[in-house]
Design a binder for this molecule. Structure first.
Ligand code: ATP
Length: 356
């Protein structure tokens, strides 16, 4: 089922504008992530699709039909909450079959359906247990099974992996991606974890203050963030965003003189973005590099994040570079961060102007 939101606005009593005239189209079978900082409106958006929140204005359509006025039970969507919302006094079978019970499906049919879904999610051994006797990962699978059992047209997940520890989270991520691919049900999930959004989704919407700043495939969001906000939000290490100026065919940025791509507005202030992974360190001075002093070394496992301090005219500028393990310079030494050719993102008035 497709999902279309048009002009969606939600102002809560008290004045918080959680959604601000938002438009969004989600395709049939798509795995779609809503990503953004705390308070940007992700949960409100998801709840509006579910019918748990009434928009102040605008419309929600599912499968081409306007469902704005329909209650949650008539929208054919299943929502999995952050805390899974399992019934503690019911066993796994009863939990999975609960929505079917509400739909008045006869007992034998709903138990058969629960057993079938439980098998798919490797829960068959656990059918008689109660939620309190399950691990976090197992509880999550019961919550998913419950959502799947009613065969909805749309799945809505609110931070479905947030209660799992780091290892389980990675496992559950792979599992969720495979399951969504097999079922082919349009799925919208909310996360504030950009790694999770990029890893799972076909497309990601980055939200800020009730609006969508950018929608795109993970690679597009990662390599061509449309604004400095998206650029600063996406990436396991934050992007270097350095103030600079265009001077003819050169860019003056944080003590470096770099070749300016053609077509930049001469004489204008810009922001030069380069990911720490796309810069290298030099121990010798270079004109085309950001000078600084090695201030902090952070071990990333197979690589090290090096923070240089003091590049540029304003001495408190920080530039970060990821170097392979074993190649980090000693703290306190001078170093030059050399951005790799072709990797620069250039912003003017907060919008990406290069690459065009
Ligand atoms: P988080 O990642 O922290 O869950 P979010 O992006 O999901 O955040 P929402 O929960 O959608 O954000 O909240 C968006 C804005 O609306 C916030 O400013 C929040 O304080 C406000 N808000 C949410 N629910 C209500 C409510 N029931 N009453 C009043 N304000 C609310």
């Amino acid at each position: 089922m497709t999902i279309s939101l048009h002009g969606l606005t939600k102002v809560f009593p008290g004045g918080a504008r959680a959604l601000d005239s938002l438009d969004l189209d989600i395709g049939e079978g798509e795995f779609f992530a809503l990503l953004g900082p705390s308070g940007c409106g992700k949960t409100t958006l998801l709840r509006s699709i579910a019918g748990l929140e009434t928009p102040s204005s605008g419309t929600v359509s599912i499968g081409g039909a306007d469902v704005t006025a329909l209650p949650p039970g008539r929208r054919d969507v299943a929502m999995v909450f952050q805390d899974y919302a399992l019934f503690p006094h019911m066993d796994v079978t009863a939990n999975i079959a609960y929505p079917l019970r509400i739909q008045k499906v006869p007992r034998s049919r709903r138990e058969a359906a629960a057993a079938e879904v439980a098998g798919r999610l490797s829960l068959s051994e656990l059918l008689r247990r109660r939620p309190g006797q399950l691990s976090g990962g197992q509880q999550q699978r019961v919550a998913l099974a419950r959502a799947i059992a009613c065969r909805p047209k749309v799945f809505l997940f609110d931070e479905p992996l947030s209660n799992l520890d780091a290892r389980l989270r990675l496992e559950a991520r792979t599992f969720l991606k495979r399951l969504q691919g097999e079922l082919g049900v349009t799925t919208v999930f909310v996360t504030h974890d950009q790694g999770e959004a990029l890893a799972l989704a076909h497309r990601v919407a980055v939200m800020d203050a009730g609006r969508i700043t950018q929608v795109g495939a993970p690679a597009e969001i990662f390599h061509r963030p449309a604004t400095t906000f998206v650029a600063s939000f996406i990436g396991s290490t934050p992007m270097n965003l350095l103030p600079g100026k265009v001077a003819g065919d050169a860019l003056h940025v944080a003590g470096a003189v770099l070749p300016a791509p053609p077509g930049l507005p001469d004489g204008e202030e810009i922001v030069y973005g380069v990911r720490p992974e796309y810069a290298d360190l030099s121990a010798a001075p270079r004109d085309d590099a950001f000078p600084g002093t090695v201030a902090v070394l952070e071990n990333l496992g197979t690589s090290t994040l090096v923070t240089l301090e003091g590049g540029g005219d304003d001495g408190d500028l920080l530039v970060q570079v990821v170097v392979p393990e074993g190649e980090e310079p000693p703290a306190g030494t001078a170093a030059w961060a050399v951005p790799r050719p072709g990797r620069a993102l250039i912003y003017h008035g907060d919008r990406l102007i290069h690459p065009a």
